[in-house]
Design a protein around this ligand. Structure first.
Ligand code: HEM
Length: 384
């Protein structure tokens, strides 16, 4: 039987279509990815692949898609500091870096996965590594990581943190929190993919609670409106500008079809596709994500122009109607967010600086300090 279980990934200098997660991992390991055409064929039928190739040739030649390029923090965040472990574990940044760089070489998907893991940790009751806790065997009380909104979080992200923690424990046992390790690892992966290197402030304690029921109300969704997004970000002490800047993390990484399929076939119950999506992108995505019977593993890149580099192309794409999620594209049309989207599309340096500052701010959400509210875990997946 011929069905598109494994899809194909087509990469050119400027454009990537879709792939299964497995293929995505393979392709991301290719060092020669950037040279002219690079086509990876899986078990898709060749006719379809040829159609895709001609489609993308058309798209590339005719488009300018290369994009010119809660309340958690109502109280002032408790003090974190860059040199928090200066005496107790002075080499902690280097220890984490040695793991993240090896992990990135071995499995580049760890980069977007870990950055997203950090975001999902911070937004649900603060940056306290509560997302790393495993549900106890046989327990009916699911932890955050088993909540529906976290099911897509890639294993590679958890692996990176566990490996980094294991190494840090050999040198500085019982000293460095999992929450700090996650913050440092996310920073490293931003840098490894071409984004800024910034100093991570430390001193977070790990959380004592992790409840799946806390996730959905605190995590924005792909169909959230700008009002929803602003509300949720502001409940974390983050501004509208922070929302725009942090969404720039979607300059790398991939999304499963289910998060944008409504835009292709039935946007807001209209039985029509989303008029704010470029028709050529719409057509391409429809090929990968059929209305019925699609493969749940298929993913599409957020940034269709430079999906592996942490740059400002995401914003240029939004201006060109090439955003993937409805929540991404909406940033380019709302008067409260559009000016910054346009400014960041034109100015990579501005994005790089603003992103580093916004990550620092996000990393300060809901910080716990001391034994009353926190713990320092030795194994990030279980409470002390
Ligand atoms: C503004 C609201 C946001 C919404 C609605 C949103 C939604 C999503 C969705 C639906 C996915 C795809 C998940 C999948 O299919 O596997 C995703 C992926 C991702 N998100 Fe967001 N996100 C938002 C903000 C953020 C922020 C603030 C960050 C980090 C600072 C972030 C980082 C990422 C990354 C890096 C990925 C790619 C993950 C991967 O490829 O493994 N997102 N996001």
């Amino acid at each position: 039987m011929l069905f598109l279980y494994k899809y194909c990934l087509l990469v050119t200098n400027n454009f990537v279509l879709t792939c299964t997660e497995k293929e995505e991992k393979r392709i991301r390991k290719q060092p020669a990815m950037s040279s002219s055409y690079f086509i990876l064929l899986c078990s898709a039928d060749s006719l379809r692949i040829l159609r895709l190739i001609s489609f993308f040739t058309l798209l590339l030649s005719s488009s300018n898609c290369s994009a010119n390029v809660g309340s958690d923090v109502r109280k002032a965040p408790r003090q974190l500091s860059v040199d928090f472990y200066a005496k107790s574990c002075p080499q902690v940044d280097q220890l984490v870096a040695s793991v993240t760089s090896a992990q990135f070489r071995e499995s580049p998907v760890s980069a977007p996965a870990t950055i997203r893991l950090f975001f999902h940790d911070c937004f649900v009751d603060g940056c306290d590594a509560s997302i790393l806790i495993s549900t106890a065997p046989g327990s009916k009380e699911l932890t955050e990581r088993d909540a529906d909104d976290n099911k897509d979080l890639a294993m590679e992200a958890f692996d990176s943190i566990n490996k980094a923690k294991a190494l840090v424990e050999t040198k500085c046992p019982g000293v460095v929190s999992c929450a700090d390790i996650l913050a440092m690892a996310a920073r490293d992966f931003v840098h490894l993919t071409g984004g800024p290197y910034y100093q991570v402030k430390k001193g977070r304690w790990d959380g004592k609670l992790s409840m799946a029921s806390r996730v959905a109300p605190n995590i924005p969704h792909s169909n959230s409106t700008i009002n929803d997004l602003i509300k949720i970000f502001s409940s974390k002490g983050l501004t509208i500008d922070d929302l725009v800047v942090l969404s720039g993390a979607h300059t790398i990484g991939f999304s499963h079809c289910k998060h944008f399929v409504d835009r292709l076939y039935d946007f807001k119950g209209s039985k029509q596709s989303d008029p704010t999506m470029d028709p050529r992108l719409l057509k391409a995505l429809k090929l990968s994500c059929p209305k019925f019977g699609g493969n749940n593993d298929i993913v599409a890149p957020f940034d269709v122009t430079t999906p592996f580099s942490f740059d400002n192309a995401y914003y240029g794409n939004l201006v060109s109607k090439l955003g993937l999620l409805s929540s991404d594209q909406a940033l380019a049309s709302d008067s409260r967010t559009m000016p910054l989207v346009q400014a960041l599309a034109k100015d990579k340096q501005k994005f790089i600086q603003a992103f580093a500052a916004a990550m620092d701010k996000m990393g300060s959400i809901g910080i716990k300090r001391g034994r009353k509210h926190g713990e320092i875990r030795r194994d990030c997946s279980v409470h002390v």
